[in-house]
Ligand binder design. Sequence first.
Ligand SMILES: [Zn+2]
Length: 105
Amino acid sequence: MYCNACGKAIAEDGRFCSHCGNVVGIPPMPKKLMRSRADRKIGGVCAGLAQYLDLDTSLVRILWFFITLACGIFPGFVAYVLAWIIIPEEPELKPVVAAQQPVTS
Ligand SMILES: [Zn+2]
């Protein structure tokens, strides 16, 4: 494969370009069910679920709402509170300082 930044050939499984230091591709992240910090209305449960299932957050909220109604409020409410307690909150995102390497060539 080739580096997107400098176009030089690099190792197939390389994550950084050995020529310019550019990050190539995104390292595979194991999918983990976590409550969303950024997109939350109550506990971030629905947003976390939506992220995990690759669904729209609003869709999950609407589904949860109707399932809660259909089950008679209480089970859905208990399920939400349980999910809130059990599902870990996603780690706080620290601002990433991009290491800009000066061009020496
Ligand atoms: Zn490069």
